[in-house]
Design a binder for this molecule. Structure first.
Ligand code: GLP
Length: 239
């Protein structure tokens, strides 16, 4: 595992965008993540792409997850998020951008379809954030390290943490379709971003802890090509 230590959120975002930008010609399928962590990364990446007038027409993208019950045009859906932060600013052909359909009539069939799609495309580089409890994608503590894309239930703490993106009184979905840990581990390369003291325990477990399904992020210890970009606060328990 390669660790890149940075001072703060801004440096994490810039350094991740630089890493992905310089790798672009070697990436056909880029795995994407959502949440607060990669917002600065997407901003820096789209700015770099704009400045250089770089075409991303060759890219295929697969996102980790989507809330169950949210259609693509719902402002809190990850479809909507990705359009806002990346897709609409680039020339990636929209049929080449993929997320699980949160409003599929049969979410289990949708999960199976999505897993097959991700496997067929083959992810060259997968971007990841991490939950305070160590979740990756929406794979909460207790998830199998061999898990495939599936319908899952969110942990109470995750629902609370994600409530900040929803309006007051708006219900946060309690289920999602997420790539499984087994699916994620098939990516050729993984780039995990972590910022802030809230992530310090998960980062400590990733870098120094024992592998345990109670801390899903520790599954990455088995992967041969993981880069972690973490800031001082996220590394505060790792010294
Ligand atoms: C969310 C997402 C994850 C994300 C994590 C951390 O629930 N499903 O992909 O990495 O939680 O979120 P944040 O970056 O907002 O702290």
């Amino acid at each position: 595992m390669k660790l890149i230590q940075v001072a703060d959120y801004e440096e994490m975002s810039r350094s991740a965008a630089e890493l992905v930008y310089t790798e672009l010609e070697n990436i056909r399928t880029l795995g994407l993540a959502t949440g607060g962590t990669p917002l600065g990364f997407y901003e820096a990446l789209r700015e770099r792409v704009r400045q250089e007038g770089r075409s991303l027409q060759h890219l295929h993208t697969v996102n980790l997850d989507e809330y169950l019950g949210l259609a693509a045009d719902h402002p809190q859906s990850y479809h909507y998020y990705m359009n806002e932060v990346l897709f609409q600013h680039t020339d990636i052909p929209s049929p080449q951008t993929h997320l699980p359909a949160g409003d599929a009539e049969d979410p289990y069939a949708e999960a199976a379809r999505y897993d097959e799609l991700v496997t067929r495309l083959g992810v060259d580089l997968q971007l990841l954030g991490v939950g305070a409890n160590g979740h990756i994608g929406f794979n909460e503590p207790g998830s199998s390290f061999h898990g495939r894309t599936d319908v899952v239930r969110l942990a109470e703490g995750t629902i609370r943490a994600n409530a900040r993106f929803f309006g007051e009184g708006e219900r946060v979905p309690e289920q999602a379709v997420t790539m499984g840990i087994g699916t994620i581990l098939e990516s050729r390369r993984i780039l995990l971003l972590a910022s802030g003291a809230r992530k310090a325990e998960a980062v400590r477990a990733l870098l120094h802890g024992a592998m345990s399904e109670e801390m899903p992020v520790t599954a990455l210890q088995t992967h041969p090509d993981v880069t972690v970009i973490a800031d001082e606060a996220a590394l505060s328990l790792s010294r």
